[in-house]
Design a protein around this ligand. Sequence first.
Ligand SMILES: Nc1ncnc2c1ncn2[C@@H]1O[C@H](COP(=O)(O)OP(=O)(O)OP(=O)(O)O)[C@@H](O)[C@H]1O
Ligand SMILES: [Mg+2]
Length: 228
Amino acid sequence: MVSLANVYRSFALGHTTVHALMDVSLDIRAGDMVAIWGPSGSGKSTLLNVIGLIDKPDGGTVAFDGADVRSWSDDMLSDARNRKIGFVFQSFNLIPVMSALENVMLPLQLQGIADKTARQTAARWLQKVGLEQLTNMRPDRLSGGQRQRVAIARALAIEPEVVIADEPTANLDSENSRAVVDLMHQMNRQTGVTFVFSTHDQRLLDQVPTHLELHDGRLITRAQEAIA
Ligand SMILES: Nc1ncnc2c1ncn2[C@@H]1O[C@H](COP(=O)(O)OP(=O)(O)OP(=O)(O)O)[C@@H](O)[C@H]1O
Ligand SMILES: [Mg+2]
């Protein structure tokens, strides 16, 4: 569903150039659960931004659902992001003045879905992630693990094809980290939604079937499942 072929991405930094991604090729299939592991600065966020159609590579090709996205306009890219891709962030990025339910409703309302339907859908997703008791809580009353559950429910509520999560466990203790990876895996199995997440915690990798390892912008190992 997302294929990268010989992708390069570099950034100018003063007089030098940082090569954040070098010759990265990978194939993520619908229904995959993929972890991208690598040390700080290895290019994980850059790679997720390319996969999530947030950033364009300087070289190589990106195909989304078989279409070469190089020719897509900014409107087409943002439309694909809004409808087909859910995002989860390290810092949760929930809106503090809204309840858990309202946070999950928001992307549905932005798609023009009526409030009543959005409310029902959001409540259903909060139930799926085990937060049905906490729907009216604001984020500051929730634990880190609970906040990330809300963020996962929000990402899934639009029924995307893929959820991209950049270090979703970086602000969580080890127990909550494991629980969040478990939840992503459970949602992957239940709904068939593709998950791609990054982590620098090697201990979480035994929970997921496919790992990709980045080192200095290069992919160094590829599990069999990730190869088309
Ligand atoms: N917008 C940017 N401008 C300049 N350099 C950048 C930019 N984004 C990333 N880089 C550089 O590209 C390299 C890869 O960065 P990236 O953020 O992708 O790594 P990462 O693996 O996500 O690191 P971390 O684990 O710290 O989040 C780094 O050297 C970084 O400094
Ligand atoms: Mg990063």
